[in-house]
Design a protein around this ligand. Structure first.
Ligand SMILES: O=C(O)CCC(=O)C(=O)O
Length: 264
């Protein structure tokens, strides 16, 4: 399957600009044969957390309409990164996933809020996992800081995900953690990891991209540049079964040893 990663330089507190950029890029990657498109985290507003009342997407309505229309028009699956939303009285960091027929197949609110960027002061955490199917692919989707919780990603793999999508706004200062953690999650879960970071800067951080597609054996198939760009990369998902047969980690797990420890 041809996967397009769109590594945007997200404009701070400028949803109009960001929506038009996303539309432009999805049209472009579709014309280059992309079958599935992945966007970065909080691409509508960036981390304009103090302006969410004015800027967050009410009930994700606009995002859902735009992504559904793009998915249908260009016949591409869309893992819509995430956007800031207002649902009821609360703000969330929400991922929407659309099939290539424009159908909403998943909605996920970031489960682990990142205190270093004040998310916990403005956003509510989600309480649901995010496993979904796109065509014949079983996938999971988590967001940025969720990456630091291996048990959360393992739970998605155990629930059937053969590929984990991970949109992010991961700052340059910790980009070495990003690369190592992504590769580790692919190897230990024996799945693809497709992670799309942003580039550019906001008032507090610089972001240097380096989005990654990693195969289940740990091989890095693509690393993004440090500037805004996109790539369309061919991925063979059958590699998951090969690796899981070669080293049968899932059969060799001994959950009865570790699960009682999690309950403490
Ligand atoms: O964990 C990190 O170092 C980065 C996390 C982050 O930037 C986020 O969750 O938005």
């Amino acid at each position: 399957m041809k996967i397009a990663c769109i590594q945007l330089d997200v404009a701070f507190a400028e949803p109009e600009k960001n929506f038009s950029n996303v539309q432009k890029y999805i049209k472009k990657v579709a014309s280059e044969g992309a079958e599935l498109v992945v966007l970065p985290e909080m691409w509508n507003t960036a981390y304009a957390l103090t302006q969410l009342e004015q800027l967050a997407d009410p009930e994700g309505q606009r995002t859902k309409e735009v992504l559904s229309e793009l998915a249908r028009t260009y016949h591409v699956h869309i893992v819509g990164g995430s956007v800031s939303t207002k649902k009821g009285d609360h703000f969330y960091n929400t991922m929407y996933v659309f099939s290539n027929e424009g159908e909403l197949v998943a909605e996920y609110d970031k489960a682990h809020l990142f205190r270093l960027m004040d998310e916990h002061l403005y956003l509510q955490a989600g309480n649901q996992a995010n496993v979904f199917s796109l065509g014949s692919i079983q996938a999971g989707g988590v967001i940025c800081y969720d990456l630091r919780f291996p048990e959360w990603l393992r739970a998605h793999a155990l629930a059937g995900a053969k590929v984990l999508f991970l949109p992010a706004q991961w700052p340059e200062t910790r980009i070495d953690h990003w690369k190592i953690l992504l590769q580790a999650r692919a190897i230990e879960n024996q799945c693809f990891v497709i992670a799309v970071n942003r580039t550019g800067d906001d008032p507090n951080n610089q972001f240097n991209g380096q989005s990654m597609i990693i195969a289940p054996w740990g091989k890095v198939l693509w690393t993004g540049a440090e500037h805004e760009e996109y790539a369309v990369i061919d991925v063979d998902f059958s590699e998951v079964e090969e690796v899981r047969t070669r080293i049968p980690v899932y059969e060799d797990r001994r959950p009865s040893l570790y699960e009682p420890l999690f309950e403490k």
